[in-house]
Design a protein around this ligand. Sequence first.
Ligand code: FES
Ligand code: FES
Length: 216
Amino acid sequence: MRDASDSTQGTSSRSGPGFNRRDFLKGSGAAVAASAVATAVEETVAQDKDKLPANVVPAKPVPVKLEINGKAHTVTVEPRVTLLDVLRNDLNLTGAKDVCTTTNCGACTVIIDGKPVLACARMAVECQGKKITTVEGLGDGKDVDDVVKCFVKHDATQCGYCTPGFVVATRAFLNSKPNATLEEIRKGLGGNLCRCGTYDGVAHAALECASKKGGK
Ligand code: FES
Ligand code: FES
């Protein structure tokens, strides 16, 4: 038996499951309205394009010169493109990982002028004239950085997604504090997250490097 809150024939219930005709029509109307607004905005932008103030630069691709791992690169990208996207999409340097894209995980860490930097939080155009090192730059095909060797020795990786960011962050940290203690290492690498929980392996890998004065 229906109770008073149920729909009667020809009218719809708001509380019941499913998608009724009235909701559908409302949704369609909203979609049409949204589309009309988008079109109007596009037309306004197109009309106003010639009226931009002199100090406003339209977002069109520009040549960007970057020095990465000792090599000069030039890419043509819009000013809004991040260093991380340029590395991964334009230069095929996929070591820096795109995990959160919101500066929370550290998986995209690179070294810029000696400091650890989140590549997802830097526009590529900002990085011109700076020395950029990615995880690919911590090896030359014959040998690898001691940090990498220590990560392998201490099994400091599981799925590996966070690992390049941790390796680069560790290298940058040990460059600034070669004799770091375990506690300092844990704090120093606190900006990098590992969803698999390899923190202990990472910390002990870094500690072994620190016992070699930061390694090289
Ligand atoms: S992808 Fe850059 S901090 Fe997570
Ligand atoms: S090893 Fe899987 S996220 Fe760190």
